[in-house]
Design a protein around this ligand. Structure first.
Ligand code: UDP
Length: 273
């Protein structure tokens, strides 16, 4: 088993909520091309997650990037899901750039880092975690990694990501193990559809986060961009170089996104919802 050299990230987990309620945690919700984004740092996001565990009210986290915004403009289901999510974080450099252009001082909060910090918090609090997604061998390796790195976590039932659309039996089994945290790695938008469809029925009290390719990174099978590229918000470029099959998707989405953001800024009459 190879451990991802990028993982864990040694997040300081210093939330100590006894009974902080969601309403007491300050976050502001802004818009990027009409889509909501929470201006929030990692610590506050963790506080919200911890608070939801305290209250037994589940929540879902969407990690928004430019490609997802463009996809949602063409897909009414994804559009609805993003708009109704509990927490929408600025995962992508494009989203951060758009927010800065409209005067909001915001740092990028990569979903992979929030998910990792949430695992650390779950370990500290002795929470139960289920992992859904990834190739079978990746998931098996990840379960070992998580056990080793986060011994405070109890593992609920987990499953790899190659199952039929109608997966009631699998879902029932995972649900019966009563996870507090469910990380779903099926890629965008499949993971968002999966979470939306199954959250209320199967995981009403859990936090669910769509984590894309994080399982591949955490098991050392895919490498994240070097620190400097991350700092320069160039992680998208790294992924493009490493996974050139993304070029088509990115080439159509990113300029479109940038054009719309600029048009909205300088031609405010075009402002989206
Ligand atoms: N995946 C899966 N089931 C599928 C398709 C994909 O579990 O039917 C997994 C895949 O193994 C990978 C992740 O979903 O671990 C998608 O990663 P990617 O980096 O493509 O995510 P995205 O860029 O869409 O966030």
């Amino acid at each position: 088993m190879r451990l991802g050299s990028d993982w864990p990230l040694n997040h300081p987990v210093n939330t100590s909520l006894s009974a902080i309620h969601l309403s007491a945690i300050s976050k502001s919700r802004e818009k990027v091309l009409g889509y909501p984004v929470d201006i929030i740092d990692r610590q506050t996001a963790l506080s919200i997650i911890e608070s939801s565990w305290h209250s037994g009210r589940g929540l879902n986290v969407v990690t928004l990037n430019a490609e997802m915004v463009i996809a949602a403009q063409k897909d009414s289901e994804l559009d609805r899901i993003i708009r109704h999510s509990s927490l929408i974080i600025a995962d992508g450099a494009g989203v951060v750039w758009a927010l800065k252009l409209s005067g909001h001082n915001v740092e990028r909060l990569p979903g992979i880092e929030l998910a990792d910090a949430t695992l650390a918090l779950a370990s500290k609090l002795g929470k139960k975690v289920s992992l859904i997604g990834g190739k079978p061998e990746i998931l098996a390796s990840l379960l070992d990694v998580v056990k080793k790195r986060y011994p405070g976590i109890t593992l609920g039932v987990s499953h790899h990501g190659y199952f039929a659309e109608d997966a009631d039996e699998i879902l029932a089994e995972i649900s019966q193990s009563e996870p507090d945290l469910v990380l779903v790695a099926l890629g965008v938008p499949r993971q968002e559809f999966f979470i939306d469809k199954n959250r209320t029925n199967y995981f009403p009290k859990a936090t669910l986060i769509g984590v894309g390719g994080s399982f591949d990174v955490w098991t050392g099978n895919v490498k994240r961009a070097p620190e400097l590229m991350r700092k320069l918000n160039l992680e998208w470029l790294w992924r493009l170089i490493k996974e050139p099959w993304r070029a088509n998707r990115m080439a159509s989405a990113l300029p479109n996104f940038a054009f719309q953001v600029i048009a909205e800024k300088f031609l405010p009459s075009l402002k989206t919802r």
